[in-house]
Each structure stands twice: as structure tokens, then as C-alpha cells.
Write a protein that binds this ligand. Sequence first.
Ligand code: PXP
Length: 254
Amino acid sequence: MTVRNELRLGVNVDHVATIRNARGGVHPDPVRAAQLAAAAGADGITAHLREDRRHIIDSDIERLRAEIALPLNFEMAATREMVDIALRHKPHAACIVPERREERTTEGGLDAAGQLAHLLPMVRELGSAGIRVSLFIAADRQQIDAAVALGAPVVELHTGTYCEAIEAGPEAFERERARIEDAARYGAGLGLEIHAGHGLTFDTVKPIAAIPVIRELNIGHFLIGEAVFIGLEQSIRTMRGLMDEARATADALS
Ligand code: PXP
């Protein structure tokens, strides 16, 4: 019997908060979106508390912890303020991401290799509190080696460039996919748990979901945008279905 490789879906609810904050007030509520995501087959909820609180705010994190049974993946910059917030809420996981105020979204991976001394105490402190630390990095062996050196148990590979490459034609798209696969296999070989995310859509998710060593995909913007047209539940169910299809095909071929 073939044992199916588990592939979890983390639903990022940041952009429900983006819409809420456009008007102020409480609607639409990212915690309600998280409840719906759980019902639609999400395995976890991801939320990024940015330094400028442009979408998720502190009370959202508090409520996500109190009201949602799914594991919370808390995305955070490598700052003292964010480490303290993570230690207070004790999410299941903390994903350390690079953050620049002027960027629209998390544009690149964390330069873990270039800031070992800055990151090491934070990775240790979060890990000692029982929080599973993940580093959001480019699909780059040097960054993976840095994650190992830091003792982070998880890396999340940035799929933004891969997703954009779909516009550049099949060769470029395949080249970027292969880069993600190479990094994923390299990291898994070193004992890291491999996640991936950023920019994934119905059109780009399957080749990534088919990489057998990847254990989790974190997806937000597309799911929330598509929800405008087909509803959040359907948006998540369709994504989940595509992931499962890709993984089942990969399992059958292995
Ligand atoms: N993973 C990480 C670490 C991220 O920072 C983001 C964006 O907040 C995502 C996944 C989800 O990306 P997207 O919203 O483009 O699906």
C-alpha cells in the first residue's frame, strides 16, 4: 500500500483584514474567515502581524489563538517586539519573514545567511518556548545551510518568482519550478521540514504540490481574491482539491 505524503494547506487571512481596514470597523472579520477556512479543509491558519499593522492587528492574533482550534502560523519580522508577541501568544509556529515598510508584500526571502548572529538568539528563544520556527527563504542552498546552522526545524521556500514565471513561458516556468524542487529536496535531505508559499494560484499550485518532500503550502492573496467571485469556501475547497490531485499523481508515480 502506498502511504500518501501529507500536504497541509495553511490559509493566510491577512487580506480579509486588508479589506476590513480599508474602511475601519470590524467587517470582514479575519477570524470568521479562519473559521470558514477550517470548515473548508484548511489545516492551519497563517497571519502576518506587520510592524505597521496594515492588515492583521494585535487583537486579531489574540482572537485567532482564542477562537480557532487550527494551528496558527504567526508570520513575523525578526524584531524584539515580534518575538515578545509570539512568546505571549505561543502560536504553533512562527515564520520569520523579511519586512520592509515600503514593500507591498513580502518581496523576497529572508537573508538568513547574512544575519546569523541577529537571528540565532531569536530562533533559540522561540524554539525554547515550544514554537516551531520556520524561516521564509529563497530556494537557495546557501540560505538552507543557514537555516540548518541556526537550528530552525522548518523552512518555507518563497514561490513568488516561480509564480511570476508562468507569464514568461513554459521554459522559464519549468526552470523556476526545478529550482524550488532542488532546494526542497536539498533541505529535506538535511532534515528540514519544507513548506512553500507566496503568490500561488489555481494555475501554479499543482507543480509545487507535486514535489513530494513539501509538507505545507501557505496561500492567501489568491484565495481571498477568488472568494469575491466564487466564495471563500469554494475557493479553499478548489485549492485543496488541486493540491490533493497533484499529490496523488506524484504518489502514484513514485
Ligand atoms: N508565506 C509567507 C511567509 C508569506 O509572507 C506570505 C504572504 O504574506 C504567504 C505565504 C502567502 O502569500 P500569498 O498571499 O501571495 O498567497
